[in-house]
Design a protein. Structure first.
Length: 385
């Protein structure tokens, strides 16, 4: 059975209400006419006729034609009243039926006009698919819920279009990141095949390149899995921030010596609840980046202070900085400010994306401020225990 349209449902519902009201009003009018007019009038006429007859009987001489005249007159009036009552009832019922039919028809027409913007919106929405997400709902000028619905749908299309663009870009970048080391491995194998008598040194060199490319592949795949994984095994570790940063600083000392850079720690004695491994990776990545992209003889300052219900941790460097136009995109997967330099330093473009994902899982936030050739500051806010 075909479902009723919204227009028909509104018409049927309004018709039922209108029919009920019309029946009630007609019944009240018929009852009121009978109770307030017909019966009192009939009673008055009968009483008057009876009184006249009595007065005539009290006279000395009573003429029979006069009595008949009084009797006939009362009977005629009573019949006319009855006929008028029946006519009123019939006309009331007919008027009620006409009013119901006209009311239902008017409701159907008005509902169609009122729902026309909804039908227009429905037809326009049906024409939107993954191939024309740039299309927007226009010419819906009603300043009511329909207009609000069209505006909300346009905003949803904006988000959906951005999501599709992001997914396509992510897939393309991921394929490129995986393709590069695979192409390197394949090229090494082809070189060996072309050489009729490869030496041990050739094999060793090819094995070393293959190992480096394989490590890069593993690194990219692990980072992609981290981004895709929505849950962690537990968020119940008591993490002492001061010990955490001291451990990270010690592990990064070789890089500090290489860059002749100093790490300055000023961390409060606070503890947070979370996943020890993930939080460690967040701050390891941030401090490692601060060292990699720092100037020689530079400084990396790590300061942690409690503020209200959060721990504010800032990581500042005196490095090359980030261009203003690139800041909104640095947390996007595979985005690199300097493509050649990032590859040279071994970056995959996923580090900051992973950092933001982990922080958001811990109900925290991360922000960045940077000036080119002056330095960059990342500020992380994590809930206190």
């Amino acid at each position: 059975m075909k479902k009723l349209t919204l227009r028909m449902r509104l018409t049927v519902l309004t018709g039922c209400i209108l029919t009920a009201i019309a029946i009630i009003l007609t019944g009240i009018s018929i009852y009121s006419a009978k109770d307030k007019f017909v019966e009192p009038l009939s009673k008055t006429i009968l009483d008057t006729s009876s009184l006249n007859q009595k007065q005539s009987l009290n006279k000395e001489i009573v003429e029979e034609p006069i009595l008949d005249e009084y009797s006939n007159t009362g009977l005629n009036v009573q019949m006319k009243i009855t006929e008028a009552k029946e006519q009123f009832v019939d006309e009331s019922i007919i008027g009620m039926i006409i009013m119901i039919i006209v009311g239902i028809g008017a409701t159907y027409i008005i509902a169609g006009q009122a729902l026309k913007p909804v039908n227009d919106l429905s037809h326009k929405v049906k024409n939107i698919n993954e191939h024309n997400l740039s299309y927007r709902i226009e010419n819906i000028s009603t300043k009511d819920e329909i207009g609000d619905l069209a505006a909300s749908f346009n905003k949803m299309l904006d988000r959906l279009e951005q999501s599709f663009i992001y997914q396509k870009s992510f897939a393309a970048n991921a394929a490129h990141e995986l393709k590069t080391p695979l192409a390197t491995i394949k090229a090494g194998i082809q070189v060996l095949k072309l050489d009729n008598a490869p030496t041990i040194e050739d094999y060793e060199e090819n094995i070393e390149v293959t190992e480096q490319s394989t490590e890069r592949l593993i690194h990219v795949v692990n980072d992609l899995l981290t981004l895709a994984y929505k849950q962690t095994e537990k968020f119940s570790d008591n993490i002492e921030l001061k010990n955490l940063f001291e451990t990270i600083s010690q592990e990064l000392q070789p890089l500090c010596l290489e860059k002749t850079t100093t790490i300055y720690l000023d961390i409060c004695e606070e503890t947070i609840i979370g996943n020890q491994t993930l939080i460690y990776r967040v701050f390891y990545n941030l401090i490692e980046n601060a060292l990699k992209y720092n100037m020689n003889n530079g400084i990396v300052k790590v300061i942690g202070r409690p503020q209200n219900k959060f721990i504010h941790i800032s990581i500042s460097d005196t490095g090359i900085g980030i261009p203003k136009e690139a800041i909104p995109y640095i947390f996007e997967p595979f985005f690199r400010v300097d493509q050649s330099r990032a590859r040279k330093l071994g970056g995959t473009g996923l580090g900051l994306s992973i950092v933001r994902t982990i922080i958001e899982k811990h109900k925290g936030t991360i922000s960045v401020k940077s000036t080119v050739n002056v330095g960059t500051t990342f500020e992380v806010k994590l809930p206190k225990t």
